[in-house]
Design a protein around this ligand. Structure first.
Ligand SMILES: C[S@@+](CC[C@H](N)C(=O)[O-])C[C@H]1O[C@@H](n2cnc3c(N)ncnc32)[C@H](O)[C@@H]1O
Length: 284
């Protein structure tokens, strides 16, 4: 159970609990390198069989794509929502000059892994990286604690995007910025959840939820965030992800349907950016 500030404990959805429980997905051949995301494959040659090194590089590159949207980040405080094994938090700290990075995840086993993976950071970094259990929909932080909030491939698991949007607006300082990267339904077609569940096991089991872009942008704006922008990065994600899947899964098996869902316009990979408005200064 994860405690919401001032609210009821929020139970973890069973599919999330099982998927990120006993097996460390970040160490499996499908993911690897302490990451669990589909990757951003620009600059990786997909005409040859990708190597394990390529695969890890693709996942790092997805973090670089996200963290670059938050620049300049020198001296700022950031929180990552759905940090998994915390590898992206360590990258943010080491490469982007944040003063402090907080990795938050709903799953206690992921946090155990994150803490042990990053237990040996140099002394000057150790006190600036912490891992905290909490849910996107009810974050265990005070108001205006962070300058930046980001999330990489976790939003497809959130059950309540509007609650996440409100929490994002609450924990960001005025002028703070947020970036969310994940796969979403591009339009408001009500048939999409059923179509995706027919193609992809992770949607059928309820692990992934068919959240739509209009629902997400509406939620962020409804929470008072501004400059809400949506960028498709699918061209850099889906072909590489499918190329990697092809090393383990035959054509016609369900994971290969991600590319089909993208090509058929049911699903795409997006960056969504938003900001908490800064107060307007009155002339003296
Ligand atoms: C696909 S993994 C991504 C991990 C990491 N961001 C990466 O790219 O390597 C999704 C993570 O989101 C976490 N998660 C799922 N639902 C969540 C929620 N409602 N609030 C916070 N974290 C959640 C899971 O426990 C899991 O660690």
């Amino acid at each position: 159970m994860t405690q919401r500030p001032g609210g009821d404990p929020l139970p973890m959805r069973p599919a999330v609990q099982e998927t990120y429980g006993p097996v460390d997905l970040g160490a499996t051949p499908l993911f690897g390198g302490g990451f669990i995301n589909f990757g951003h494959w620009d600059g990786i040659d997909l005409d040859r069989v990708p190597t394990e090194h390529d695969r890890i590089r693709s996942q790092q590159a997805l973090y670089h794509r996200v963290l670059a949207t938050l620049a300049p980040t020198e001296g700022l405080r950031a929180v990552e929502v759905g940090c998994g094994l915390g590898t992206g938090c360590a990258m943010a700290l080491q490469e982007y000059g944040f003063a402090q990075v907080t990795g938050m995840d709903i799953h206690p086993q992921q946090l155990d892994r994150a803490r042990s993976a990053h237990a040996d950071l140099p002394a000057d970094q150790a006190g600036r990286l912490r891992f905290v259990q909490g849910a996107a929909e009810g974050m265990p932080f005070g108001d205006a604690e962070f300058d930046c909030l980001y999330s990489v491939e976790a939003a497809q698991h959130f059950r309540d995007p509007e609650a996440f949007a409100k929490e994002t607006a609450r924990v960001l300082k005025p002028g703070g910025r947020a970036t969310v990267a994940s796969f979403f339904v591009p339009d408001a077609d009500p048939a999409r959840p059923e179509q995706l569940a027919a193609l992809l096991e992770t949607f059928a089991t309820g692990l992934d939820v068919a959240h739509s872009i209009p629902q997400w942008t509406g939620g962020l704006e409804g929470a008072g965030l501004t400059d809400v922008r949506v960028t498709s990065i699918g061209a850099a994600v889906w072909h590489g992800w499918d190329r990697w899947l092809s090393t383990m899964w035959q054509p016609g098996t369900w994971p290969r349907n991600f590319l089909r869902a993208y090509r058929d316009g049911m699903l795409d990979y997006f960056l969504i950016t938003a900001a908490r408005p800064a107060p307007v200064r009155q002339p003296a």
